[in-house]
Ligand binder design. Sequence first.
Ligand SMILES: NC(=O)C1=CN([C@@H]2O[C@H](COP(=O)(O)OP(=O)(O)OC[C@H]3O[C@@H](n4cnc5c(N)ncnc54)[C@H](OP(=O)(O)O)[C@@H]3O)[C@@H](O)[C@H]2O)C=CC1
Ligand SMILES: O=C(CO)COP(=O)(O)O
Length: 319
Amino acid sequence: MSISVIGAGAFGTALAISLARTGMAVSLWARDPNHAANMQNTRENTARLPGVALPDSITVTANISEALADTMLLAVPMQKMRDLLKSTPELNSRLLVACCKGVELETELGPVAVIRDCDPKATPAILTGPSFAADIARGLPTALTLAIADDSLGQSLQQALTTPNLRIYRTTDTIGAELGGALKNVIAIACGAAMGAGLGESARAALMTRGYAEVQRMAQALGARPDTLAGLSGFGDLTLTCTSDQSRNYRFGLSLGRDEPFDPQITVEGAATARAVKARAKHMNIDMPITAAVVGMIDHNLKITQAMEMLLSRPPKEE
Ligand SMILES: NC(=O)C1=CN([C@@H]2O[C@H](COP(=O)(O)OP(=O)(O)OC[C@H]3O[C@@H](n4cnc5c(N)ncnc54)[C@H](OP(=O)(O)O)[C@@H]3O)[C@@H](O)[C@H]2O)C=CC1
Ligand SMILES: O=C(CO)COP(=O)(O)O
């Protein structure tokens, strides 16, 4: 099975490095020809993943026809996925593996549904779970979830993506996998804000746990399986992202809690996703107070201390 990676950001580059270390020839597509040429010549992604050498078996190109393969890993931010699919018809009718985490703002759809919407002939899948690009690129041990509806195709893809340091688990529950990965970013922003404002680790544990309850409510209402949410793509990634300042979502939260500016060029998937999920929860009449508080902090200048007061003053309920 030939595999190429579309999107030369931190995660796409890390996935290409991981696959290439097994000796596989991998094409890595960057939309910007200068960025592609620079990476191809210097053998490093200095902009997004500095300090890790690209193995010789990676070819970086801005020419999509040089990057076509049986399986295409789409590693662009969630809110850019539709642009990518619309502007790159060469990707049509292929096995497309979303490597992003989020919910599209305009449509309230996740990555698998966006692929289906843009390209009904594609076979969509998602690769998600707890992993920082830098860890994968350094060859540190990592485990991810691959979700795809067709389990026999899933088994081949699982084998193809597995490396000595990257263990891939498989599920057919694409809804659970994509929602776990999308929603944990929203909760990580809340946790970062609490820690940034000095509210303490007990407050963070409460936000993580009640945030996980929100993930379960929304995801199960949409058909996700509880065991998927308890796995790498849900609980696993929630734990990583809410506790590590390697996470951009968590760091964005820290800056909200500290009332400090945050570089708008940095990819923070949880911000747009919080807005999309809040809107979807409203349509579906699902209670998601932490998600609503995150939107309040991002869009309405609500302080985390005020958000906490609102959360704590809600009527008592059963856990
Ligand atoms: N970084 C990480 O540790 C991890 C990230 N992820 C997920 O991976 C996804 C991508 O994140 P990450 O790689 O970190 O993001 P980065 O910000 O590092 O890179 C984003 C990349 O997407 C490219 N891009 C943006 N818009 C388009 C477009 N319309 N067409 C083609 N390419 C485009 C950018 O190109 P350009 O440089 O030209 O702007 C850039 O190369 C996110 O959903 C994230 O949640 C998942 C696990 C780990
Ligand atoms: O998804 C990630 C870890 O699994 C990366 O998190 P950030 O996008 O918050 O950096």
